[in-house]
Design a binder for this molecule. Structure first.
Ligand code: SF4
Length: 454
């Protein structure tokens, strides 16, 4: 057996891709290695969202180059591959900058890895594969899915046609592509057969999903969720990442009447200012976003809402920033991620005028994060003494302890739960910490009515 080590950077879709790369190479004799030092093949599955991410890849490659030359001195070999969005964005530049790299594949062409490794073994030289045949990729991946635990990701949609002016995804992941329903369902059944209870459906624009249904028609995400909810063994469904423009009425409705769809939604808004949303090319206004939030909350009153924010976007004034703070106050988020604007090469915003000074960006980020943290603490505080069904996913830090997720995606630690990994049990929340909850088992006696539904 040869050993494979994959270092994964960035988003959940990269996590999914790394799992699929491992599934793909297993039949070719590659077993997982716990670290690069033990591997015959090392793949860096990269992310291009932040400036630092690209530089990090080059510094990792520098370390791998040393490992490779030590191996060569001992008469052994080490193959190095770069996959993901930096491979797609930087392309052959990587081979020029780092001669130790043997293989370069983009997010849509990692299914070609077995063939490229065989080519190397035959002495036919290094390979760069950066095509965009998303359908070909998925058709070439093994149907059976192994899962690392009771919760798994499942990519249903790739790419993006929105072209927000700050984002590299349309250039690194290509045009929107939705997988056929029957292929997704087969993969979900395989996950359920392997003990998975919770599936998170992934896409850069997951709610823009329009995949071919078994009836030959275009199916929406809501239709797909209702179909997957019928799979025995699948107890919970989630989806991420969504765009406000694609929150259709049927998707809002399924939040209200499908109990397996968890009451948690990540819906990035990026800014609360209409003028900033315009230059970001987000294609919606702040009021439109607020109306969507109202409609979802009336469908699912318990919904935990999370979002993404960028501060310091070119041209953002103090009053624009104030509009963002005002939107956050109005919505009340259970959680939100916030970033300083960082120019990405090749994106329109990178060459826009009125770039905001770093110190102003930093100041705004601090103010926004303070507000977001206070809101997420308030959301967690409301969990005190509540009873929540928790899916136990893995052992906790303490002996006998297990960690799981609440319906609101909060980590919940329970002592003496290690033998319940893979199961969903009711837990009474006894302690609320800044980033997690602690609880104890509630024998399934009395569940407060408002939570019995979940
Ligand atoms: S919708 Fe998301 S993935 Fe698409 S361009 Fe905008 S930020 Fe990027």
């Amino acid at each position: 057996m040869k050993k494979l080590y994959i270092e994964t950077y960035g988003c959940q879709m990269n996590v999914y891709d790394s799992e699929r790369i491992a599934d793909l190479l297993a039949p070719f004799g590659y077993a997982p290695a716990a670290r690069a030092e033990d591997a015959d093949l090392v793949i860096l599955n990269t992310c291009h969202i932040r400036e630092k991410a690209t530089e990090k890849v080059y510094s990792e490659l520098g370390k791998l180059k040393l490992l490779k030359s030590r191996r060569a001195e001992a008469g052994e070999s080490l193959l190095i591959g770069v996959a993901g969005c930096v491979a797609q964005a930087e392309g052959a530049e990587i081979l020029a900058r780092q001669s130790a790299v043997d293989i370069l594949v983009g997010p849509q062409s990692y299914h070609r890895l077995p063939e490229l490794i065989a080519r190397l073994a035959r002495g036919e030289g290094k390979s760069v594969q950066l095509d965009f045949p998303a359908d070909e990729k998925f058709d070439s991946l093994p149907e059976t899915r192994t899962a690392a635990g009771p919760a798994a990701f499942l990519t249903i949609q790739e790419g993006c046609d929105k072209f927000c002016t700050f984002c590299v995804v349309p250039y690194t992941r290509g045009a929107e592509f939705s997988r056929p329903v029957v292929r997704i369902e087969a993969e979900a059944r395989s996950l359920a057969d392997n003990g998975v209870r919770e599936v998170t459906l992934l896409g850069q624009n997951v709610n823009a999903y329009r995949g071919e249904g078994p009836d030959g028609e275009a199916w929406t995400l809501a239709m797909l969720i209702r179909r997957l909810a019928q799979i025995p063994g699948i107890a919970r469904l989630r989806y991420t990442t969504s765009h406000p423009r694609d929150m259709g009425a049927d998707l809002i409705a399924v939040h209200g009447d499908e109990p397996k769809l968890m009451p948690y939604l990540h819906l990035p808004v990026q800014s609360g200012s209409d003028s900033v949303l315009k230059v970001m090319n987000r294609g919606h206004t702040r009021d439109a976003y607020l109306r969507i939030v109202d409609r979802i909350r009336s469908a699912q009153p318990k919904l935990a809402l999370s979002s993404d924010f960028i501060v310091g976007f070119p041209g953002e004034s103090d009053s624009d920033f104030e509009a963002t703070l005002d939107l956050v106050r109005q919505v009340g988020f259970a959680q939100a991620f916030s970033f300083k604007y960082s120019a990405r090469p090749g994106t329109p915003a990178a060459s826009m005028a009125k770039q905001v000074p770093e110190n102003v960006k930093l100041e705004r980020l601090h103010v926004l994060q303070e507000l977001i943290v206070s809101q997420s603490r308030e959301f967690s505080r409301r969990m005190q003494d509540c009873v929540l069904p928790v899916l136990f996913e893995k052992p906790g830090r303490l002996p006998g302890q297990a960690v799981g997720r609440s319906p609101f995606l909060q980590p919940v630690h329970v002592d003496g739960a290690a033998s319940y990994i893979g199961e969903i049990h009711n837990v009474r929340i006894s302690k609320v910490l800044p980033n997690s909850l602690h609880g104890e088992f509630l024998r399934p006696a009395v569940l407060p009515a408002e939570l019995a539904a979940h």
